[in-house]
Every structure is written in structure tokens, then in C-alpha cells.
Design a protein around this ligand. Structure first.
Ligand code: FAD
Length: 394
């Protein structure tokens, strides 16, 4: 689907990281800005990072206008992505229901729903009876440990096939002339007088007029190579899938209280996620405690799943900022740019993030969607605190 080119000596632009964000950025650089002398450098295989490890939830239920605008655009780009890339990304706009288990939680949701509606995003509060209709297998009986009091539906929430998003962007970028260099690790940055001029890789030195970093959980390590620090913590986030079942769930379900969420894939597997492991790590595997905690919550919600077997589980290294919002910005090194802080929820942001990062690389300035997601907000205090939107909702 794409070539395996020999690295050239120099490129107009290099993107470090062959995940969804890196590949989408390269594609939009070529498509929108006519920059085809571009390489994406990936140390492993395409989508082998978080892009191929996530639970594929796409949503735009954020609180602040800056986030609402950004994530809503990304969701809308997803709606047409299969056509755009001529590659079926299996986008499925099935809706998300988030459950509340106390009046306080429901009040908080009402505030969230009001904010979303003001931002023109699909959101609707629902009561316990409506939850019973939407989720007939959810335990709403008197013996349930926690009493569900309602929730809200984000009707435009969706899923897509994660690998297909990476592969679709890769194929389309390659067709426009972008070189995709796999099994090639960036081990150093060539910096002269405060300006990046190339990258040192396992395939040798490659020069570049500008370099973009899109390496998710490895962001702090690559920033170290360039001599600056980031307000980013790397933690493991795990996910699991069950053995395939007949269709039993046509929505995405989330519960902050149980700290678990799930959806059913087209193959019939239940795709299950929970909290991140609570310590810093660059390992792509997490602790058993988190698996246990997540499945306990899941079974409290859906006791009928107690005999279903987990088929496999895995972890990804996510890049978390203090306010849970991303950074799409210049770095202290001239002509070196970064897209990071996607944390536990950057799959949904791939089309929008790629468009904005390509704009930054091409024009040396942010577009209107990324203007708020600057690095200096951690110094000025202009945070965009999306802790609630990023709780268990990835
Ligand atoms: C278990 C789990 C569940 C998730 N669920 C969701 C979800 O439901 N919805 C959602 O929106 N998001 C979710 N996310 C988050 C989402 O997956 C990420 O935010 C997103 O995929 C980040 O994409 P990326 O392209 O920035 O990073 P990645 O896909 O991780 O790509 C970065 C790439 O950089 C490469 N790299 C690193 N260092 C170097 C180097 N020195 N040289 C060359 N290459 C390098 C890596 O090998 C990797 O392939 C989840 C994440 C995990 C782990």
C-alpha cells in the first residue's frame, strides 16, 4: 500500500513518529500545502504506538469552547474520512451513553450537556427509564451495588478501525510522494545556532528544513534529545478485548464511577477500557491491578458478562499534560515543532490534529483551531482544564 523508499539525504520536512498524528500531518502537508518532499520517520511499524492500541472512541463532548471547536472539527473530518482517503476506516457513528450514579454526578452532567449544546454539539440528558431502554443488559435492578439515576447521550459519538486510520493516511500520503521510513529510529537532533537542521537516525543523518515531533508517550524522550523539557507525564493505559459475541450492544457505554467503558466491535469482541496505570512508565504493558479494577466495574454494570473470556490485553504509553489538553506548538528550538499531550484521547483528534499541525509546519503559525493549545499556557496559567472530559472517557 506504500513504498519502502531509501531515505534521501535531505527533506523539506521530517515528521518523527508514524502514528495517526504523524501520518495525517504528512498527508495534509502534501495535500493542502503542496509540500511533497516530506518523510515520516517511524522507529517501529506504522500504528504500532497508541494509534494501533486504542479503544477507538471518537467524541466531541468537551467543556471549553476551544476544545469543543477543535474536537468537533476532528469528528466532522472523520465523517468523510473513508471517502477522502478512499479507504474504509469503518467509521460507525453509534452514539455514546455516559451513566450517572448520584444526583451530584447528574448535576455535573447537566452542566456538561448545557456547555455542549451551547457549542452546537449533540448532547441530551436521559433518565433512568431511558437508560433501561438503551441498555437492556445493564444491571438497573434493586440489587445493583450502585443505583443508576440517569446519564447523557452524545449521539454523534463514534468508533472507527484504528489500524485503518493509520494505513489510510499512510497510503494517501505515499501516493502524494511522502516517504514513509519504518524501522528507523531518531536518536538525535542536529541543531545549529538554536535551529534544527536534521535528525540523526539508525539509518544515518537526514537533513531537514523543519522537523515535527509526533511521538505521543515518547515526547519527553525526544524533547530531551533537543534539550528542552515538556509538562508531560508518560503513563501506561491498558485495554482489553473479549472473545467474539453475538451483537449485544449498539452504543458505546461509559461510567466514570466504575471507571470503565466498552463498545462492541464489528467482529463481536467487546472492547473494554478503564483508568491509566497510576505511575510514570514508558513500558507498553501495565499492572494486573488495573485490569482487575476495570473488569470488576464492568461486571457490576453487566453481570451477564461474568463468564465471557478476555481474549487479549495490551498497554500503550500515553502523553498526559496537567490540564489534559494537547500541545500543538513551536518548541524552544527554531523550526522544531511538537504535537503532543494527546494523552488518553488523541485517536479522535487525528484528522483535526493532523490538519492543525500541518498548518503550523507549513506556515510557522497556528491555525484558529490550535491557537489555544500553546506550550506557554503552563507558564501563563491559561489552562484548558478538560480533566472531566478525559476521566474514563478516552
Ligand atoms: C489503551 C488505549 C486506549 C485509548 N483509547 C482511546 C480512545 O478510545 N479514543 C481516543 O481518542 N484516544 C484513545 N487513546 C489515545 C490515542 O490512542 C492516542 O492519543 C493517539 O493514538 C496518539 O497518536 P499519535 O500519532 O500521537 O501517537 P502514536 O500512535 O503512539 O505514534 C507515535 C509513534 O512515534 C514512534 N516513535 C517514538 N519515538 C520515536 C523515535 N525516537 N523515532 C522514530 N519514531 C518514534 C512510535 O513508535 C509510535 O509509532 C487510547 C490510548 C491507549 C493506549
Amino acid at each position: 500500500m506504500w513504498r519502502t523508499p531509501t531515505p534521501r539525504k535531505a527533506y523539506q520536512a521530517i515528521i518523527i513518529g508514524g502514528g495517526g498524528h504523524g501520518l495525517a500531518t504528512a498527508y495534509y502537508l502534501a495535500r493542502d500545502w503542496g509540500m511533497r518532499d516530506v518523510a515520516v520517520i517511524e522507529r517501529g511499524w506504522l500504528g504500532g504506538g497508541n494509534t494501533g492500541r486504542n479503544t477507538t472512541v471518537i467524541r466531541s463532548n468537551y467543556y471549553y469552547p476551544q476544545s469543543a471547536r477543535f474536537y468537533q472539527r476532528s469528528l466532522e473530518l472523520y465523517q468523510d474520512l473513508s471517502n477522502e482517503l478512499n479507504y474504509n476506516v469503518m467509521f460507525s457513528q453509534r452514539g455514546i451513553v455516559t451513566l450517572a450514579f448520584s444526583p451530584h454526578e447528574l448535576n455535573t452532567m447537566a452542566r456538561q450537556v448545557n456547555a455542549m449544546q451551547l457549542n452546537g454539539i449533540a448532547a441530551e440528558l436521559v433518565d433512568r427509564a431511558e437508560i433501561a431502554q438503551l441498555l437492556p443488559r445493564c444491571d438497573l435492578s434493586a440489587s445493583a451495588r450502585f443505583r443508576c439515576v440517569g446519564g447523557y447521550v452524545h449521539g454523534t459519538g463514534a468508533t472507527a478501525r484504528h489500524d485503518a486510520v493509520a494505513w489510510g493516511y499512510a497510503r494517501a500520503a505515499d501516493a502524494l510522494g511522502v516517504d514513509i521510513l519504518q524501522q528507523c529510529e531518531v536518536q538525535g537532533l542536529e541543531i545549529r545556532q538554536g535551529k534544527v537542521i536534521g535528525v540523526r537516525t539508525t539509518s544515518g543523518l537526514i537533513m531537514a528544513e523543519r522537523v515535527g515531533i509526533a511521538v505521543a508517550g515518547s515526547s519527553t524522550l525526544v524533547a530531551d534529545l533537543a534539550g528542552f523539557t515538556l509538562p508531560v507525564r508518560s503513563q501506561t493505559l491498558q485495554a482489553f478485548v473479549s472473545e467474539p459475541l453475538k451483537p449485544m450492544l449498539d452504543l458505546i457505554v461509559m461510567s466514570g464511577l466504575h471507571h470503565t467503558y466498552l463498545s462492541q466491535s464489528d467482529k463481536g469482541e467487546l472492547v473494554i477500557g478503564g483508568d491509566s496505570d497510576p505511575y510514570t512508565s514508558y513500558a507498553q504493558r501495565g499492572s494486573f491491578t488495573t485490569i482487575q479494577r476495570t473488569t470488576v466495574g464492568l461486571l457490576e454494570l453487566f453481570p451477564s458478562l461474568s463468564r465471557v473470556r478476555l481474549l487479549r490485553h495490551w498497554g500503550g504509553t500515553v502523553d498526559i499534560t496537567p490540564d489534559r489538553s494537547p500541545i500543538i506548538d513551536h518548541t524552544p528550538v527554531e523550526r522544531l515543532y511538537i504535537s503532543t499531550g494527546w494523552g488518553t484521547g488523541g485517536f479522535k483528534a487525528i484528522p483535526g490534529g493532523g490538519r492543525s499541525f500541518a498548518h503550523l509546519l507549513a506556515r510557522d503559525e497556528s491555525d484558529e483551531f490550535a491557537a489555544a493549545f500553546k506550550l506557554d499556557r503552563f507558564a501563563t496559567g491559561a489552562l484548558i482544564d478538560e480533566g472531566v472530559a478525559s476521566g474514563v472517557a478516552h
